[in-house]
Design a protein. Sequence first.
Length: 307
Amino acid sequence: MLKISVIIPSYNAEGYLPKLLDKLEAQSINDCELIIIDSTSNDKTVEIAKQYTENIIVIPQSEFDHGGTRAKAAQIAKGDILVYLTQDALPYNEYTIENIVNVFKDENVGASYGRQLSYETTNLFGKHLRMFNYGENSYIRNKDDIKKFGLKTPFLSDSFAAYRKSALESIGWFKDGLILGEDIYAGGKLMLCGYSIAYQANAKVYHSHSYTVMEEFKRYFDIGVFHQCENWILKEFGKAEGEGIRYIKSEVKFLFENNAWYLLPEWFIRNGMKYLGYKFGQMYEKLPLWLIKKTSMHNRWWKKRTF
């Protein structure tokens, strides 16, 4: 029987952890190893975590890295399957973990990810994003599907994803030093190595955001930086623009279905800012550092960069 480790990176998570960890204790699979890797929170995060697990790793905030931090926990974990959650994700029911790991009975599956549902208070743009990326039907994809699904083929989200530890180790774990996208990086590497990626629609968590227009600009700036730094992803799986066109068409339809035609001006501005942010991100090497720090959502990352 496969052993399971649940890994949660945390920072100032006292508002999230009690609900999240209580939900994990109530899972149908209740013998999972739980690892909390904390970036030196200055609230009660570690104190709360100690009530649920002894496996707590504290690192300096300056050392947090989207890929490196998760890789550090992975190498310590005892599980054959590593389940990652972000601190603001909340399991939907007691079968959330069971449903995301069941697919690993298939030896070809290197990773899986679950369905993310929007919180009730999320704005319509945030709700549409969850509906667009996380549908009702499960599937398994491999590199033979690249021609049909392009950049969506290796899609993963570490807000709620699971990895076969041996598969993750075979690609050198998550890459250190990425501004974001360690999940897409891992998904792409796994797929090119012959592994499949599974989407488990019955494994559900609540996880969503209500980004402002400026936050969307900054987020897409960072995605552009990621794609520029890891341009092999676009070469192997296709450019992001095609998926973007499909997304904005779906979003405007969603607004009309919800009688939110009054949001069309914001829809136009929001998507224009996303596009500009992405394009600016791709040309970050030509921009002054002071401007980059104002346009990036992860501006601490730039302190480690020299270019």
